[in-house]
Design a protein around this ligand. Structure first.
Ligand SMILES: [Mg+2]
Length: 197
């Protein structure tokens, strides 16, 4: 079974350190539960360009290794590797943070992960570049694990199953039947074990 895994919101808790960074810079007090829309600019009242450049700035300035892996992801990724082979990583992060991202992945998951794809569709902004669903089709990914609602819907047309990692920004959406909401890496592990071919 070929598995594709998103980074931010699935493997990496990006939002917590990013909000801390944003709050210091802007004198605001946003917390995780305030982020009820994946389009951060609409939460913050910034425009899209402002927030995208803030995210790029954060990746450039901050200690990338300070971003923590999501609870349970490290152990389960190791298990998945032993049971199922290496999973592909498919991220919408921009290429300018490629080196930092690869360093972070290796630091936290060592050699338990396979190919890493950067689609550069930051914040779901396809921008004429490759979508995650294109990568899924090309690579024959059967199960994609994702947190962005629009990307989950996009990949549901290509993958047999999409596991949507639950966050405040992906609730209040309607998803196709092959999109299942998951709340932890343990739950992902059980579902994938049940799916085993
Ligand atoms: Mg994500």
């Amino acid at each position: 079974m070929k598995i594709g895994i998103d980074i931010d919101g699935v493997l990496a808790d990006f939002i917590t350190p990013f909000l801390a960074y944003y709050n210091v810079w802007h004198g605001t007090g946003y917390s995780y539960t305030d982020i009820t829309n994946y389009e951060l600019w609409s939460v913050f009242g910034d425009n899209k360009e402002q927030i995208n450049s803030k995210i790029e700035e954060y990746f450039n300035d901050a200690d990338a290794l300070a971003i923590r892996p999501i609870n349970g992801s490290q152990e389960i990724i190791q298990e998945l590797n032993e049971r199922n082979g290496r999973s592909s990583i498919i991220t919408s992060r921009p290429l300018i943070v490629k080196e930092k991202t690869l360093e972070w992945l290796f630091h936290n998951f060592q050699n338990a992960i396979g190919k890493v794809y950067f689609t550069e569709e930051l914040n779901g902004d396809y921008n004429g570049k490759s979508r995650k669903s294109f990568i899924c089709r090309k690579e024959g990914i059967e199960v994609m694990i994702e947190d962005l609602p629009t990307t989950a819907i996009d990949c549901s047309g290509t993958c047999r199953q999409v596991l949507l990692y639950d966050h405040p920004w992906n609730r209040n959406w309607k998803f196709p039947k092959n999109v299942s909401r998951v709340k932890s890496w343990n739950e992902i592990n059980s579902l994938l074990n049940g799916n085993k071919k």
